[in-house]
Design a protein around this ligand. Structure first.
Ligand code: S5P
Length: 271
């Protein structure tokens, strides 16, 4: 199912303008690396938190600054930040402009359209004001996508077609359904969270669960290395969280991952 087209060739196939802007950034920075600003929590034997990371806005912003030059996307989880204010999103947008990356809020919208519209625009987060990219599950039907595209016209949408975690239900017919939904809303949807290419070069494929060493975590995450994900499975952008976040030198780790991911893309073109 892996197609032979280059990112330059895909530029004319992507209907959504955020998708095209992303491709331009990727080509300019030679980066198909997205960093996930994820938290990890370590509990002790009586379930008290011993250690946690990336749950303050200061930490989130410093990660954005450290890895910014290497990435095409910073993927956020705004609802794990304990001291979120509007100024955090303003500072994030500033860093995104400075380092030329897009902001992807990984909210995974999954409700009926009316609720999703409120979650996207309201609350204390006002996601639609600062996110370039948002994502959605297809479980509730196309109303979710309609709500997102209607109330955030400048946001590009990714659908979850497959997941990286053990035992997840996004397989076979479900994955095909995600592809059909995307084809129906091609002006708004420009890609998928998936394990690789699921067949249509008019969309971009974003794969989480990426780590150079492979392996997994204690809660079902399953890691694949960048080369397998991009060169063999045909994904376009690798999403790396703890592989970079937990490194003692995030700048260096981001640079190593950027190169590994871009080399894997070049290798795919040669085959
Ligand atoms: O199937 C999925 C979809 C997503 S968006 N599996 C995932 O792991 N993710 C997200 O990717 C997850 O929420 C986290 O932000 C990131 C993976 O982080 P890591 O630390 O495991 O690399």
């Amino acid at each position: 199912k892996v197609h032979p087209l280059s990112f330059e060739q895909r530029l004319s196939l992507i209907r959504n303008k955020v998708g095209r802007r992303l491709l331009e950034i990727m080509l300019k920075k030679q980066s198909n690396l997205a960093v996930a600003a994820v938290s990890f929590v370590i509990f002790n034997s009586i379930n008290l938190i011993l250690y946690e990371d990336v749950t303050t806005s200061e930490e989130l912003l410093s990660i954005a600054n450290e890895v910014g030059p290497q990435i095409c996307i910073l993927k956020t989880h705004m609802d794990i930040i304990q001291d979120w204010t509007e100024s955090v999103s303003e500072k994030l947008v500033h860093l995104a402009k400075l380092h030329h990356f897009l902001i992807f809020e990984d909210r995974k919208f999954a409700d009926i359209g009316n609720t999703v519209e409120l979650q996207l625009t309201g609350g204390i987060f006002h996601i639609a004001q600062w996110a370039d990219i948002v994502n959605a599950h297809i479980i509730a039907g196309p109303g979710t996508i309609q709500a997102l595209s209607r109330s955030a016209e400048h946001c590009g949408i990714l659908l979850l077609a497959q997941m990286s975690s053990k035992g997840n239900l996004a397989v076979q017919e479900y994955t095909q359904k995600a592809l059909e939904f995307a084809q129906q809303y091609e002006d708004a949807v420009f890609g998928f969270i998936s394990l690789g290419c699921i067949g249509d070069p008019n969309f971009l494929y974003f794969t989480p669960g990426v780590k150079l060493e492979g392996g997994g975590d204690s809660l079902g995450q399953q890691y694949t290395d960048p080369k397998t994900v991009i060169a063999i499975q045909g994904s376009d952008v690798a999403i790396v969280g703890r592989g970079i976040i937990q490194s003692s030198n995030r700048r260096e780790a981001a640079s190593t991952y950027r190169k590994a991911c871009w080399d894997a893309y070049l290798q795919r073109l040669e085959e």
